[in-house]
Design a protein around this ligand. Structure first.
Ligand SMILES: C[S@@+](CC[C@H](N)C(=O)[O-])C[C@H]1O[C@@H](n2cnc3c(N)ncnc32)[C@H](O)[C@@H]1O
Length: 490
């Protein structure tokens, strides 16, 4: 029988507008939700559930590739240092001769850091210029996850005079370095995890996905008890939410990305974002990986409910032109602003990740979860789905390099180079002498899936691109669109 309170909840009537207004207060956007599953208090990274080099392989943490990757960075950093110190005239450049600050953002286990410094140290034994370089390099890390900061401190201990680890957010570097400047800021597989919203473009309308989490009444019961939540209250809210979601249903503005398996009986209790994360705290502590506890639905609201997104489409009108689902990354512009604020004049920003330019990507490859990871790591593990086991898996998107380049331009960074990662280590560099030639082929095969973008705040025409073998321009989205239009007219 329906109680008086439940009846009262049923009485509320919604239009799509009022339901949307209520929904954005109850449920996070997909971007916020998936971001928290990685970097919120119960996130995959924050809790240290991520096991680099073990169950989770990144280029920097796979021993077969890590030395080549480290050598590529060592070579590039050495080239930047040489160029800066040769051209030194200003005070800043003179300062670089006594201390050369480099910054890695998002350092995982600290593998790249320790490997780069080991390579430079080995080069120092044979090349006096490298010894000079080793004496001045100061390696900073900014890492958001406290659990990973601990691992990085341990791993880099033997270089502790050179390594400075700061716990903080790479999208707010000015708060960490109010005065100190960096000659190079780099990251590997960081940008693919920045906040990405899911937008559906349909004719003239653009709608934003909200995450509507659910827990199964039966499998979820122990978690509900353990979290101290009141089951009756959750059921009352479920009725209220169902009433609201009916409106989304009628407007075809609700969908399920991972409906519970058909054979499995799943009695959904709809959860607010807040209640989900209370339960998630218990789940990540006590999860039985074979049990299906959560399912995630998605309701759609107009993008005007998310001002940064509405602003994104104004700044990048071409990103709303293709129909269907697209994934604008809202984290890139703040990252570019942040990096620019700590960069020396003529400093370099080096971004390594999997991804493509806007045209190559055509949005089709961009996804939450498995596809990007599969492409990059050959990871074919079944069930690598962001909704299937929240908090226990990596959630990424392919990097849209045109957007990185465009956002950089917005803050005054121009592109020096864009290409495949293996180009970062030209075969004629001194450093190749200390690497195993037979490993090079397998590294090149794997690293080809990764791109490298180098930006600088120096005037591009004035900056040599001699660090790399080849160079490929990253056009802005506007230029790409113009080219497309021209081709269509032909
Ligand atoms: C996919 S992992 C890559 C780690 C390492 N670079 C590698 O390739 O093995 C991303 C790293 O960036 C960190 N991270 C993510 N967002 C960050 C942010 N906004 N600021 C600083 N670190 C961040 C994560 O905690 C993690 O260490």
């Amino acid at each position: 029988m329906i109680s008086a309170r439940e009846h009262e909840a049923k009485e509320v009537t919604y239009t799509l507008k009022t339901a949307s207004e209520a929904a954005v207060k109850i449920w996070p956007t997909n971007g916020d939700f998936y971001f928290d599953l990685q970097l919120g208090p119960t996130g995959f990274y924050t809790t240290g559930k991520v096991k680099f080099g073990d169950t989770f392989l990144t280029l920097a943490s796979i021993p077969a590739y890590s030395e080549y990757l480290a050598a590529s960075f060592a070579h590039q950093l050495f080239s930047v240092w040489k160029e800066h110190s040769e051209k030194s005239s200003s005070e800043e450049k003179a300062a670089e001769r006594s201390q050369f600050n480099v910054l890695e953002c998002g350092a995982g286990n600290g593998d790249l850091c320790v490997n780069i410094l080991a390579v430079i140290s080995r080069m120092s034994a044979s090349f006096p210029q490298w010894a000079d370089f080793f004496s001045v390099i100061q390696y900073h890390i900014v890492e958001i996850s406290p659990a990973l900061v601990d691992r990085q401190r341990e791993k880099t201990e033997r270089f502790n005079e050179k390594v400075h680890i700061h716990q903080g957010d790479a999208t707010n570097l000015a708060a960490i370095f109010p005065e100190e400047k960096m000659s190079a800021v780099f990251s590997v597989e960081l940008v693919d995890m920045f906040r990405v919203e899911e937008v559906e473009v349909n004719g003239g309308s653009k709608v934003l996905g909200l995450a509507v989490p659910m827990i199964d009444l039966i499998a979820g019961e122990p978690y509900i008890k353990e979290a101290g939540l009141d089951l009756k209250e959750l059921i009352r809210k479920t009725i209220e939410y169902q009433n609201m979601l009916d409106v989304f249903n009628q407007n075809k503005a609700i969908y399920f990305k991972t409906p519970p398996d058909e054979e499995q009986s799943f009695t959904p209790i709809y959860l607010s974002g807040e209640d989900f994360f209370k339960l998630h705290k218990v789940y990540v502590r006590e999860n039985d990986p074979n049990q299906k506890v959560f399912a995630i639905g998605h309701a759609q609201v107009d993008i005007s409910f998310c001002p940064p997104l509405a602003d994104f489409f104004k700044r990048h009108p071409h990103y709303g032109k293709s129909e269907g689902l697209i994934y604008p990354c809202l984290g890139i512009l703040p990252f570019m602003q942040s990096v620019k604020s700590v960069l020396t004049a003529g400093g370099h920003v080096i971004t390594v990740d999997y991804g493509e330019t806007f045209t190559e990507m055509g949005w089709g490859y961009t996804t939450f979860g498995s596809t990007a990871a599969k492409a990059a790591h050959g990871n074919t593990k079944p069930g690598n789905n962001p909704d299937a086991d929240p908090g226990f898996i990596d959630i990424t998107t392919h990097v849209d390099y045109s957007l990185v380049a465009d956002s950089g331009r917005e803050v005054g960074l121009s592109v020096l180079h864009y290409g495949e990662l293996p180009q970062m280590l030209p075969p004629n560099a001194d450093i190749n002498k200390m690497l195993t030639p037979s490993d090079r082929n397998s590294y090149v095969d794997r690293a080809r899936n990764f791109k490298v973008l180098v930006q600088t705040n120096a005037i591009a025409a004035d900056s040599p691109t001699r660090f790399f073998g080849g160079s490929k321009k990253v056009y802005s989205a506007e230029v790409i669109e113009e080219k497309k239009q021209k081709n269509m007219r032909k």
